[in-house]
Write a protein that binds this ligand. Structure first.
Ligand code: NAD
Length: 498
């Protein structure tokens, strides 16, 4: 059986004592195994990245950029294979995997511009014949720890920009679906990254803890659930590292009485149920303003839910594949049961779905709750499944208060035809990414991605301009060349132009 190992110093390595099964969520068949790196294996990767750093740091940015151009080509040439790997281990439908990959490639395209992005800032004559500039130097060895739900895209948020900035990198993908990330890293080497510049270690907590404690790691990017994000942030920063840790979400959409309801329903169907709701930007709560809006919204959603096609991810006619694991399926079903107990009205029950030919798969239909209220666990918790909650409020402000009071602040959106309301909403809502008639406001690669509140621990957002800052440190140089080599006497007051 195929065992997925690690990519260390340009070589595929395996042999750790611990391994974990890789399981196809559509059938629950074991498709392979993944090695779980022990401390010594991770240390080998860190040593390789550390040794590769000196030469890589001094490689001209334009040469690093050329590797990114080649990587983009290789990703496009191998797109079908990458998507097959994603679907086999994650379960999402192939064309959804293609969307994820395309978003990842856009991050590589942004990294192609790294010579421009690293140019720095220059000021001539900050004093008489004195020039000053700020340059952006790499940090050293950086690490990335990524979640299961975007196994190709999230690693591509991280390492292309990190290495383009002159760092070396160690990626620790999700142990549930590591194959696409490992294959893409091999393409990175094929594109021209020298051995040791990009390493992949597969594993779990033991690997993560080694990365968080080793002094040679300068910075850590993490994406995953909030409790782990908080742990990674507090442990990494306590060990003196720069850390950005992206956590969970509960994204609300406000549906105003003047919204184009058919458009809003179309948008909500994809945003709530696409990829089985296993997206950190999924809309899991629709807040309807006014009972008439809520009644019409629920009726239209119910009519659309019965039309959803659910089945194996390899069939692009399907709208939803299976959820990632049997445990996740049971957890989601548990939330649905609790929602009923807590008094919400289950308008559509997606439990108990069987897909012919895939009877052992982790299949769950779309569920819809109406009359959800604050305090219910289906509202407080991130379910990460195909469950949409409808809440009823009388005013937009009431809806905004619900959103602002929630522990997460990743994404949100408003459906309305009223520009003034939309402007007030986007200006005041305490959420990091806002859509106006756009349900999944995931920023494009040349902006940056990040939530507020407990959806992000750290300061700088992912990819885009913030990632250049995250993966570099500013050095400011002030320079004077005294004419004719004449030396002035000592000066004891603080230098100024006054
Ligand atoms: P997870 O937190 O279980 O795992 C993420 C990573 O952390 C994995 O690589 C895993 O191996 C590692 N990990 C798990 N437990 C650990 C522990 N105890 N100690 C150290 N490392 C540990 O998350 P997941 O289930 O893979 O992904 C889903 C979560 O990710 C959801 O909460 C989702 O909202 C979130 N997510 C957030 C964003 C964002 O940008 N904010 C994007 C995608 C996913």
């Amino acid at each position: 059986m195929n065992t997925i190992g690690h990519l260390i110093n340009g070589e595929m390595v395996s042999g750790d004592p611990r391994q974990q099964d890789l399981v196809n969520p559509s059938t629950n068949e074991v498709t392979g195994k993944v090695s779980l790196a022990e401390k010594a294996t991770v240390e080998e990767a860190i040593a390789a990245a550390d040794a590769a750093y000196k030469n890589w740091r001094d490689t001209p940015p334009i040469k690093r950029a050329r590797i990114m151009f080649r990587l983009k080509d290789l990703l496009e040439q191998n797109a079908d294979k990458i998507c097959e790997l994603i679907t086999r281990e994650h379960g999402k439908v192939l064309n959804d995997a293609m969307g994820e990959l395309q978003r990842g490639i856009e991050n590589v395209e942004y990294a192609c511009g790294v010579p421009e992005l690293l140019k720095g800032e220059h000021s001539k004559n900050v004093g008489p014949a004195i020039d000053s500039w700020s340059e952006f130097q790499p940090l050293g060895v950086c690490a990335g720890i990524t979640p299961f739900n975007f196994p190709a895209m999230v690693p591509l948020w991280m390492w292309p920009m990190a290495v383009a900035c002159g760092n070396t990198f160690i990626l620790k993908p999700s142990e549930r679906d590591p194959s696409s990330a490992l294959f893409i890293a091999e393409l990175g080497l094929q594109a021209g990254l020298p051995a040791g510049v990009l390493n992949v270690v597969n594993g779990d907590k033991e690997a993560v803890d080694t990365l968080l404690s080793d002094k040679r790691i300068q910075a850590v990017s993490f994406v995953g659930s909030t409790p782990i994000a908080e742990y990674v942030y507090s442990t990494g920063t306590a060990n003196g590292k720069r850390v950005q840790a992206f956590g969970g979400a509960k994204n609300h959409a406000i549906v105003m009485p003047d919204a184009d309801l058919d458009n809003a329903v179309n948008a909500l169907m994809g945003a709530a149920y696409g990829s089985c709701g296993e997206r950190c930007m999924a809309i899991s709560v629709a807040v309807a303003v006014g009972d008439a809006t809520a009644d019409a919204l629920v009726e239209k959603l119910k009519a659309r839910i019965v039309e959803l096609k659910i089945g194996d991810g390899r069939d692009n006619n399907n709208d939803m594949g299976p959820v990632v694991t049997r445990a996740q399926l049971e957890k989601i079903e548990g939330y649905i049961a609790r929602g009923i107990e807590e008094g919400a009205e289950l308008a559509v029950d997606g439990r108990g779905l069987t897909v012919p030919g895939f009877e052992n798969g982790n299949y769950l239909g779309a569920s819809l709750f109406d009359n959800v209220r604050e305090g219910m666990s289906i509202h407080t918790d991130e379910i990460f499944g195909p469950v949409l909650c409808v809440m009823r409020v009388d005013t937009m402000q009431e809806g905004m208060d619900i959103i602002d009071a929630h522990e997460y602040g990743n994404g949100t959106c408003i459906f309305t035809r009223d520009g003034e309301a939309a402007r007030y909403f986007s200006d005041n809502i305490q959420v990091g990414m806002v859509g106006i008639n756009v349900p999944l406001p995931v920023p494009v690669a040349y902006h940056s991605f990040g939530g507020w509140k407990r959806s992000l621990f750290g300061d700088l957002h992912a990819y885009g301009p913030d990632s250049v800052r995250f993966y570099s440190k500013r050095k400011t140089v002030t320079q004077r060349w005294p004419a004719g080599g004449v030396r002035e006497g000592a000066q004891f007051n603080f230098p100024s132009n006054g």
